[in-house]
Design a protein around this ligand. Structure first.
Ligand code: NAD
Length: 503
């Protein structure tokens, strides 16, 4: 059963505030195409207020402020947020499913991950205090040096719509753990649960201004945040095209950025696999989250000796995927997030056909669903390396296939992309898997699986998939700056100007 969409305002300085220009954006349920509510639309005026609030909250070295509070104090708030997420999981999961179209069970899984991520960074916040003033060994005993890790400052966090609350949490939790104050700008296509996070922050009494949440359009709310002179860092997740704009804006002020961008990740299937196990992982790797995963293993590279039989099994697994309203029991593939994305994906499929590829399975709206932005899981064969479907990120449930005969050829095909986010290899020969894991040009390698992601392990890409790492200890480092403190400990004068003949 659906839940009511709360009507929310912007969250600035610990309070709900109407956007200065009073604009709102409709929320469209992608399963029904109906308007189910609206969210506030921030503009540069609201960004100004949020940045001011964050700067006041951040301060540093006043004793009472967020930045210089002990890690244990920050951890207390992060744990309280985690507990509230868990308490409200059924409602939050439904809101997420209705807002972005992901199957309810996946949304519930996301909420567990969100709570787990806040808890994990609560632990790291506590651990940070013990890691302060780490001594550095120097070659001169007249000096002592140590290192302090300090929060970078006020950070702008810009996030996408495919895991709305989870992607936001990957940034918010480590940023707050580090002692930064933040302004979160979620995607206009799915912001509902991020506004509920604001409600939770208010409930747990998070100090005002530590986290501000501005919903709104990219150019109107995201761009002024990226270029704001009092924002010390931007952490961005989204498309490579927008990532490039964000980086260009930040570059004007030499502002650091970390970028988690798109992908066109390969999955290489060798001839020695169990065909059904491998087919299920291949389907999951590309069709999970309605195919809207940055790391979707959307290029299948399968050994020619098993290709026909493997594709047969893959089609069988794909036929079994239940496509329905995300709130329906057992749904495994919901709608695409928006009309725009839906049209874009259908165009990708049409272009593949017109370029000479074969639609082996799917490629259309499922016959039993008249409304909603639904697309069948789609498998495309007879793919050429010059085709758009091989080269560009679709961000939908569309898998393209090529075959290989040798290991070298498989590696070459896998790395034939401008992206470098995920990669997967399926084989019973673990030595081979190890070799391939070294050869893949990607930030993440899955062996005999595809997509499982853990808060403790680093996440991020190479090539045009971005740089910087989220999650794990690396995620915390994103929001810390390193300060060297060096002390002269000798009682002797330095003596440089007293004895010119030191040599
Ligand atoms: P997008 O680039 O369209 O939008 C991302 C965010 O940027 C949104 O909040 C948007 O409002 C904002 N934005 C848009 N224009 C802006 C501008 N000029 N200045 C500042 N902000 C602006 O991406 P999307 O469609 O929301 O998400 C899909 C993309 O995200 C895919 O390419 C996917 O691969 C990528 N993604 C990557 C990861 C990862 O971890 N690498 C994770 C999830 C999604």
């Amino acid at each position: 059963m659906a839940v009511a969409m709360p009507t929310r305002m912007l969250f600035i300085d610990g309070e709900w505030k109407e956007p200065v220009l009073k604009k709102r954006i409709p929320i469209i349920n992608p399963a029904t195409e109906g308007v189910i509510g609206d969210i506030p639309a921030a503009t540069a005026e609201d960004v100004e207020l949020a940045v001011d609030a964050a700067r006041r909250a951040f301060v540093r070295n006043k004793g009472e402020d967020w930045a210089s509070a002990p890690g244990a104090v920050r951890a207390k708030y992060l744990r309280a947020i985690a507990a509230k997420i868990t308490e409200r999981k059924p409602q939050l999961a439904k809101l997420e499913a209705m807002d972005c179209g992901k199957p309810l069970e996946e949304a519930a899984w996301d909420m567990d991950d969100v709570a787990g991520c806040f808890e994990y960074y609560a632990d790291l916040a506590e651990g940070l205090d013990a890691k302060q003033n780490t001594p550095i060994s120097l070659p001169m005993d007249t000096f002592k040096s140590y290192v302090r890790k300090e929060p970078i400052g006020v950070v702008g966090l810009i996030t996408p719509w495919n895991y709305p609350l989870l992607m936001a949490t990957w940034k918010v939790a480590p940023a707050l753990a580090a002692g930064c104050a933040a302004i979160l700008k979620p995607s206009e296509l799915a912001s509902v649960t991020c506004l509920e996070l604001a409600d939770i922050c208010q409930e747990v009494g998070l100090p005002a201004g530590v986290l501000n949440i501005l919903t709104g359009l990219g150019p109107e709310a995201g761009a002024p945040l990226a270029s704001h002179p009092h924002v010390d860092k931007i952490a961005f997740t989204g498309s490579s095209a927008t990532g490039s704009k964000v980086m260009a804006a930040a570059a004007q002020l030499l502002k650091p950025v970390s970028l988690e961008l798109g992908g066109k990740s390969p999955i290489v299937v060798f001839e020695d696999v169990d065909l059904d196990k491998a087919a299920e992982w291949t389907a999951f790797g590309c069709f999970w989250t309605n195919g809207q995963i940055c790391s979707a293993t959307s290029r299948l590279i399968v050994h020619e000796s098993i290709a026909a039989e493997f594709l047969d099994r893959l089609v069988k697994w794909s036929k079994n995927i239940k496509i329905s309203d995300p709130l329906e029991d057992g749904c495994r593939l919901g709608p695409i997030v928006s009309a725009g994305q839906y049209e874009k994906i259908l165009k990708f499929i049409a272009t593949a056909k017109s370029e000479g590829a074969t639609i082996l399975f799917g490629g259309d709206r499922p016959k039993h669903l008249r409304k909603g932005f639904f697309i069948e899981p789609t498998i495309i064969t007879d793919v050429d390396r010059s085709m758009q479907i091989w080269r560009e990120e679709v961000f939908g449930p569309v898998l393209c296939v090529k075959t290989f005969s040798t290991e070298e050829e498989a590696i070459e095909l896998a790395n034939d992309t401008q992206y470098g986010l995920g990669s997967a290899v399926l084989s019973n020969d673990l030595e081979r898997c190890e070799r391939i894991s070294r050869a893949f040009q990607a930030g993440i390698v899955w062996i005999n699986c595809a997509q499982p992601t853990f808060t403790q392990a680093p996440w991020g890409g190479s090539k045009r998939s971005g740089f910087g790492r989220e999650l794990g200890e690396w995620g915390l480092e994103n929001y810390l700056s390193v300060k060297q403190v060096t002390r002269y400990i000798s009682n002797d004068p330095w003596g440089w100007y007293q004895s010119p003949s030191r040599l």
